[in-house]
Design a binder for this molecule. Sequence first.
Ligand SMILES: O=C(O)c1cccc(C(=O)CC[C@H]2O[C@@H](n3cnc4c(=O)[nH]cnc43)[C@H](O)[C@@H]2O)c1
Length: 213
Amino acid sequence: MGRAHVGSSDSAAHGSGGVDVIVVGVGPGLAGASTGSALTAASLQGHPYDLVVSAGIGGGFLPDAPVGSLVVADEIVAADLGAETEDGFLSVTELGFGTVRHQPPGDLVRLVADAAGARPGAVLTVSTATGTASRAAALRERHPTALAEAMEGFGVAEAAVAHGVPVLEVRAISNPVGPRDRAAWRIGDALAALTGGFGKLVPVLESWNRHDS
Ligand SMILES: O=C(O)c1cccc(C(=O)CC[C@H]2O[C@@H](n3cnc4c(=O)[nH]cnc43)[C@H](O)[C@@H]2O)c1
């Protein structure tokens, strides 16, 4: 695989093999800055990363992504990067500047989904976690393929793309996206699922060759 970076709960991979796990913090800004710093440092040291994996817990859209399940992003979408208008939300792309989505390599997404038992779908990046049923419904209406939301993936992806490095996002579902119910969060179960999933992913990531995609 070369070298991978996994950052927030997220990671990266190198030419000599192996995975570096880097805690990148909460939110797209800090996660993007942390990932960019790691990618730059690795390049300057002559051991650039081959892959970035944003990984952690996330909220799942029911019924498709129940608590304890794994999701792998086929799209990493900045769901609240834009402007609110009288006629609804407009993304920065619709406003005429910037992108709000990045696409991980399709072959790698399929390999990861099969190996880890993760469901492929869009993973939304939000700066404000959803806390109401109406917000959850609005997000799902705007992003019908969304399976999960979290707070770092798009920032990590922006940094990876700026460095020309492919990116993945893997989320273990700790809570439903919907009305805020902190008592219902199952962070331990989600982290156990994430750990189990990564155990199965490492051989897949190590054998994946981005130039075959
Ligand atoms: O207490 C709350 O209401 C609350 C709301 C959002 C996030 C938190 C956290 O403590 C976790 C932040 C951390 O976890 C990811 N995450 C997990 N579930 C969700 C979610 O439903 N929506 C957005 N982010 C989520 C996130 O990526 C952060 O890294 C507490």
